[in-house]
Design a protein around this ligand. Structure first.
Ligand code: NAD
Length: 383
């Protein structure tokens, strides 16, 4: 079986789906591996390193896509007139990448029409059994770390307490909103830099995890159920949202740094910080909004931009994992390697739809979309 690793073409994307180390493991497993020329350059891996790992480097994109039995990628494929990647795939080929299937279901529909078997990395279950394939976690972990560094670099003060002959500097106050994978890593990173950290999450079960990485958990009394299937948060009603905003407002006002990571899968991000609350923050304070692409947790966020609102800097990065491409590629590549090994028996993919990992992540098979939520999202998009 031929596994192809495509070069990413999205603006600003530096990651790659396989690194030389994982390529050599695929080769040892009996796969033939093709890598698109220049695919790893952004992440620090040149073509020679892939060749040394046993891959064939191919410059012709359409040839590489067309020959692939399994195509590995980071971002969804394109179906643009000038670059019809989906049409380059042969019917029956397998594509494994992030596919954004609930926000942009048309890509999944096009893959089904092309009779491609597609796996969406967003839909790997968040279970202990699937942990080694969980790319949402591997990428969010690094994003959480990097968000704190961005904040620290913009803050006009340092994070740790310092007692010096020139006086005592108090530690920075960091507030983390949303304590999933990215939030917990942000808490741990801010603590390592010496800040005092408060954190809130709508799921009260997170309290112990927050405390275990050194954060103080903020409790807000909510009457509504806040946890949905699979451990994810539920989208709560307007009154509950307002109650959360009001409850958080005094903590936001006194924080030097706020890192927001709150998301509800397939829905707009919850608004946790209003303009009025930003206006109460000290000049020089920093907000990093990791949910900006899905609407933002802060009313002043603009995805991809740095905004100054009454002296407060609001940073809204759109692809933080790509800013640490060596490590995020390494981790993503390992997630994909583990998934391919999981799906393959005797060098061939053998799909068992009774298995929860295969069944959740495989979104198209034999010309059909296999996921009801994607079908619903498609109905909404097509009116
Ligand atoms: P996510 O990116 O979907 O959301 C980030 C955080 O925002 C979540 O903790 C969520 O509860 C919180 N949030 C949502 N709405 C909020 C609101 N209005 N106010 C405050 N916080 C809000 O989450 P994620 O990091 O992808 O994790 C999702 C789930 O998967 C979690 O339960 C996590 O523990 C679980 N998980 C399990 C495993 C495993 O078992 N191996 C691995 C990874 C993640």
């Amino acid at each position: 079986m031929k596994i192809a690793v495509a070069k990413e073409n999205e603006l600003g994307e530096l990651r790659v789906a396989q690194v030389p180390d994982t390529v050599s493991r695929l080769v040892k497993h009996g796969f033939e591996v093709w890598v698109e020329a220049g695919a790893g350059i952004g992440a620090g891996y040149d073509d020679a390193a892939y060749e040394a790992a046993g891959a064939k480097v191919v410059a012709d994109s359409a040839l590489l896509w067309g020959e692939a039995d399994i195509l590995l990628k980071v971002n969804p494929p394109t179906k643009r007139e000038d670059r019809a990647e989906i049409d380059w795939l042969k019917p029956g080929a397998t594509l494994i990448s992030f596919l954004n299937p609930l926000s942009d279901p048309t890509i999944t529909q096009q893959l089904a029409q092309r009779e491609v078997t597609a796996f969406s990395m967003e839909l790997i279950p968040r279970s202990t059994r699937a942990q080694s394939m969980d790319a949402l976690s591997s990428q969010a972990n690094i994003a959480g770390y990097k968000s704190v560094l961005l904040a620290a670099a913009s803050l006009p003060r340092i994070f740790p307490m310092m007692t010096t002959a020139a006086g005592t500097i108090p530690p920075a106050k960091v507030l983390v909103l949303g304590a999933g994978v990215a939030g917990l890593q942000a808490i741990a990173t801010a603590r390592r830099l010496g800040a005092v950290v408060d954190a809130f999450d709508i799921r009260p079960t997170v309290k112990e995890q927050v405390q275990s990485v050194g954060g103080n958990f903020i409790a807000i009394d909510l009457e509504e159920k806040t946890e949905a299937e699979g451990g994810y948060a539920k989208q709560v009603g307007r009154d509950t949202q307002e109650r959360i905003r009001q409850g958080l407002s005094p903590y936001v006002a006194k924080a030097d740094v706020v890192i927001t990571t709150a998301q509800v899968p397939g829905k707009p991000a919850p608004l946790l910080i209003s303009e009025e609350t930003v206006a109460q923050m000290k000049p020089g304070s920093v907000i990093v909004d990791l949910a900006a692409e899905s609407g933002g947790n802060c009313a002043c966020s603009e995805a991809g931009k740095n905004v100054n609102y009454q002296g407060v800097t609001i940073i809204s990065p759109t692809n933080l994992p790509s800013t640490v491409p060596a490590n995020t590629s390494q981790m993503y590549a390992k997630n994909l390697l583990n998934l391919v090994k999981y799906l393959a028996k005797d060098g061939e993919l053998q799909l068992d739809f009774e298995d929860d990992i295969t069944s959740s992540a495989c979104v198209t098979y034999a010309g059909e979309i296999r996921n009801e939520r994607i079908k619903e999202a498609l109905l909404v998009v097509s009116g």
